[in-house]
Design a protein around this ligand. Structure first.
Ligand code: LLP
Length: 439
């Protein structure tokens, strides 16, 4: 099977140009750093469209599939517009994400509202904008959603989020499908959930089940098993309550290649497993093949993004024979290393010709000892003023960024065909205090 983008560390068109600098899609990264400043998030449109297309191709043999990009991985209006034009809908989990896709003129019918504690205001906002599906997570929400739908005189199509009891081998914080999870109905609770909806909620229409087993997944069998659980449960509910549940949302989770040690399956491989499981299990449980929803996030935007930093100070720790270099960003623009111990690959973007490699630890600039971006990485004699390119930062970097230490959030540029455009402006000091009230 051919490689897909999630199996690469670098964006599709990354190379050294004639100046010896790194470039992506014809844009020299050193020039980008000069023009826009650092830290700088860079998104490559070519890689983004390539992976979107890889997903579409991989599932093209299955006629009823809705690709819903998981907005939590990266949500900006420009990215939403590009992915929507490429045929994607959206998984959204907050009023802010709903607002952003609406701002990008996304057709709300192609959005699913997920989350374990949606507020009344957010649900109202979603229904008023005619959101396609709400994935109902718990008993509290069944009642709340029905009340709001009644008030707005609407019938809302819903999915029931279930916990399929599948354990996958990823970081504990990003595992979601195991039994002790804050998300969704336990399989022992689905009967009561369905009965409550059928008896008490005239304004809700159940379309099917939804599950998500975790993130940064490298295994394929877990998807096969998850789908079996969903199909078996769908069939059981259909028979018991005389329903015709015809939709199945299997969530996201496909992993990407942060370092050489990561070996995620290709998009084609994961599609093959998913489609085989649907075929096998629909036959086994005698169910018509459902409309499939998938919600990839990280694998869509992760590899397309890099972050550029400028190297500033450095420090030797003679006792441990160790060298730190510090960059002008860190845990506020990418909390993943300090939060999950996530690993990254990086290179010096400016020309280092034949300079020797040196083992260093890349520290962030924030006031925490844990603000280390990359431990023990080999870089070509890093010096003050060099531009460091950290790969695979397109997912869960900007979306999880903060203003810790009142440091401004970086800008984001989109590169394509030797052209670069700002898609997120760098925050300003005035913006930092614009909501401050002095008493
Ligand atoms: N669908 C649902 C219901 C989800 O909860 C998630 C991710 C996705 C889809 C997308 O999963 P993906 O394809 O991106 O793996 N902040 C963590 C990741 C948290 C994922 C939460 N849910 C990280 O930086 O690794």
């Amino acid at each position: 099977m051919p490689k897909t983008i999630n199996q690469d560390i670098k964006p599709y068109n990354t190379k050294r140009n004639e100046k010896g600098n790194l470039e992506i899609s014809g844009c020299d990264l050193v020039e980008l750093a000069e023009k826009y400043g650092t830290p700088l998030y860079v998104m490559d449109k070519v890689s983004l469209l390539k992976i979107a297309n890889e997903y579409k191709q991989a599932f093209s043999s299955y006629k009823k599939v809705n690709m819903m990009f998981a907005s939590k991985a990266l949500m900006t209006s420009a990215i939403a517009k590009i992915l929507h034009e490429a045929g994607f809908g959206f998984d959204v989990v907050s009023g802010g994400e709903i607002h952003t896709i609406n701002h990008a003129k996304v057709d709300m019918n192609f959005a699913t509202f997920n989350g374990n504690n949606k507020t009344k205001e957010e649900i109202e906002m979603a229904l008023k904008l005619n959101i396609g599906r709400v994935s109902v997570d718990n008993f509290y929400e069944i009642k709340l959603l029905d009340e709001i739908a009644q008030k707005l005189n609407k019938t809302q199509k819903i999915l029931l989020r279930i916990t399929p009891g599948i354990e996958c081998h990823t970081h504990e914080y990003i595992q979601t499908g195991h039994l002790d999870s804050k998300f969704g109905f336990d399989l022992t609770q689905t009967d009561l959930a369905v009965e409550t909806i059928l008896k008490e909620c005239k304004n809700l229409e159940i379309m099917g089940l939804h599950a998500h087993i975790g993130s940064q997944i490298f295994e394929t069998q877990v998807y096969y098993d998850e789908i079996e659980v969903l199909i078996k449960e769908t069939k059981r509910l259909n028979d018991k309550y005389n329903l015709n549940l015809s939709e199945m949302n299997i969530g996201g989770g496909l992993g990407i290649t942060y370092t050489e040690k990561d070996c995620p399956p290709s998009v084609d491989k994961i599609a093959e497993v998913i489609l085989t499981s649907i075929k096998d299990n629909c036959a086994k449980y005698n169910l018509d093949e459902p409309t499939l929803y998938i919600e990839p996030g990280r694998s869509i935007v992760g590899t397309s993004g890099v972050t550029l930093y400028t190297v500033g100070s450095y420090k030797n720790v003679p006792h441990f024979n160790k060298k730190y270099i510090a960059v002008d960003g860190g845990m506020a623009d990418n909390p993943r290393p300090s939060m999950y111990g996530a690993l990254y690959s990086a290179e010096i973007a400016n020309n280092k010709a034949d300079e020797p490699f040196e083992k260093v630890t890349v520290a962030g600039r924030f006031c925490e000892s844990g603000d280390i971006l990359i431990k023990d990485i080999s870089l070509q004699s890093p010096k003050t003023g060099d531009i460091l390119c950290v790969y695979n930062t397109g997912a869960y970097g900007y979306s999880m960024s903060s203003n810790y230490n009142n440091v401004l959030k970086p800008a984001m540029v989109l590169v394509n065909n030797s052209q670069s455009d700002i898609i997120i402006k760098r925050q300003t000091y005035d913006q930092l205090t614009q909501n401050d009230v002095i008493l």
